[in-house]
Design a protein around this ligand. Structure first.
Ligand code: AMP
Length: 210
């Protein structure tokens, strides 16, 4: 199935997507992760988008759509995928509709205060990108990734000013996608507050595997 994960930053889209990818054997495609990898490698794309991302703004539709088109043309996306963090604007959603059929737009429902609490405690692995949370999902060894042992860091855009800006950007530019997909009959709401295990169980019940 072709899933897109919608919802504010910090709703747990990336964490659930990583688990759904394993369970359904489909790739987890995170545009944010692709951008962060480009920044880390200091590619031309990375240099172009770094300041925008650090400040919590959105990369241009043209650049992002091109990137996703290219990624979805790869062999591993032929039997389904999870798009996490894309589309984020109506033009992106319209462009996506010309490339693939979206089977379900999964909308992660969560209040702003919970987002701030989650994002300010988030830590990310420098090596493999795995997410942790100081309060809700701490690593076994402080500051180190359970999976690969690399150091954990705080994303620049998880600093408080950027978090606030990202929430404003979400409300203004991304939240309209909820109605966009509802009108297409593809919207599925998910309560983002419970633990990831519970959300995954609900998800698997909603989308049984063949
Ligand atoms: P995320 O990891 O999804 O929170 O994305 C981190 C940052 O990457 C966002 O705050 C944006 O600056 C940028 N980004 C990720 N996905 C998109 C997108 N679909 N459109 C524009 N910018 C994006």
């Amino acid at each position: 199935m072709n899933f897109i994960f919608l919802g504010p930053p910090g709703a747990g889209k990336g964490t659930l997507a990583a688990q759904v990818a394993v369970s359904y054997k489909i790739p987890h495609i995170s545009t944010g992760e692709i951008f962060r990898a480009a920044i880390k490698a200091q590619t031309p794309l990375g240099k172009k988008v770094q300041a925008i991302i650090d400040a919590g703004g959105l990369v241009s539709d043209d650049v992002t759509i091109e990137l996703v088109k290219d990624r979805l043309s790869k062999e591993d996306a032929k039997n389904g995928f999870i798009l996490d963090g894309f589309p984020r604007t109506i033009p992106q959603a319209e462009a996506l509709a010309t490339i693939v059929k979206v089977d379900a737009a999964v909308n992660f429902d969560i209040a702003d205060e919970a987002v701030v609490e989650r994002l300010s405690g988030r830590r990310v692995c420098k090596g493999c990108g795995q997410n942790y949370h100081l309060a809700f999902m701490p690593p076994k060894t402080e500051g180190k990734c359970d999976k690969c042992g690399a150091d954990l860091y705080t994303r620049d855009d998880d600093k408080i000013e950027s978090i606030k800006h990202r929430l404003e950007v979400y409300r203004a530019q991304t939240a309209p996608l909820i109605d966009f997909y509802r009108e297409k009959g593809a919207l599925v709401d998910v309560d983002a507050r419970p633990s990831t295990d519970k959300i995954l169980a609900e998800f698997e019940a909603k989308f049984p595997q063949k």
